[in-house]
Design a protein around this ligand. Sequence first.
Ligand code: GLN
Length: 358
Amino acid sequence: MTRSDETPGGSGAPDDLDRLLAGIEAKASPLRAVVEEVHRRHVGCTDGRVADYIPELAAADPAHFGLAITAVDGQSFTAGNTDIAFTIQSVTKPFTYGLALEDNGLEVVLDRVGVEPSGDAFNAIELDPRTNRPFNPMVNAGAIATTDLVKGPDLVARTKRVNAMLARYAGRTLNIDQSVMLSEQATSHRNRAMALLMQSAGAVSDRVEESLDLYTGQCSMLVDARDLSVMAATLANGGVNPLTGEQALDPRYVKHVLGVMYTCGMYDHAGAWSVRVGLPAKSGVAGGLLAVVPGRLGIGAYSPALDEAGNSVRGALAIEELSERLGLHLLEPHPSDMVTELRRPRRISEPGRNTTSD
Ligand code: GLN
């Protein structure tokens, strides 16, 4: 956890230019102060409920709340419980979608999984009636289908590939929480029902039972809020991890991953989220949430109490406030002085882009 010496007021009013300029002159980071202030403003919120349909998740402490920003130049700003480990759950879905795209190409993947918001709960047992495919890769059915497209000879090899892929985004080795994995495996009857429905519709392969285990295993990989900010920053940085310089995703597919996050990442709240917050995002039922500001930064949050759509209550409130205060909404370009200095990517992954730094 980082702390500033100065405690800015928590009025919620937009930051004024004088304050920003004062911070820049003093060589302090105004962004650090904002992350701490936004964390402080929402830390007392007790709305929402910890998920318990996976029994092991019910043990999470609803008091935990971490907020982190990692910029594409590699700087991180954190507040609260950013080093508490939790299972990634559905936050893995966009990353697995990226791996499925790399393994199979766009046409094959789009043939199996749509890119339309479903407007229904993440665990709805349904296929798009027009196509007999899952609506999108962010709901469980779609994620099981994209997981089914991950190549490899057997469950162990495929799990290692997914683990290595997530580690490239996080910039560190990630472990599996065995007890959460076993707890979900013993209770994932809905997901099994969806997998079998898709098998009968020809939307997945005949090894979908193995893919279901792979899906549950990847949902049980352990991350913290800072990891999520680095993973989001990697997507913001054209697929290149800003800390390690490693290419985590073929740059051709970054916009496809961000596109489904923008339209479907917050489940049946995705429409309100894209209007109010204006950022591609993905939530998980353990309480993780990340958002991407393309070309600029990634935001990671952890708070296990969820709203009725299954999104972290405090995580969503904090990211919404960051978007407002820093002018991050993608459809409302008013670059704030505070983040202008963070707009330059450190590493360049595409030819022809500006490589100078000043
Ligand atoms: N593993 C969870 C499930 O399949 C993931 C759901 C989520 O995070 N929304 O139910």
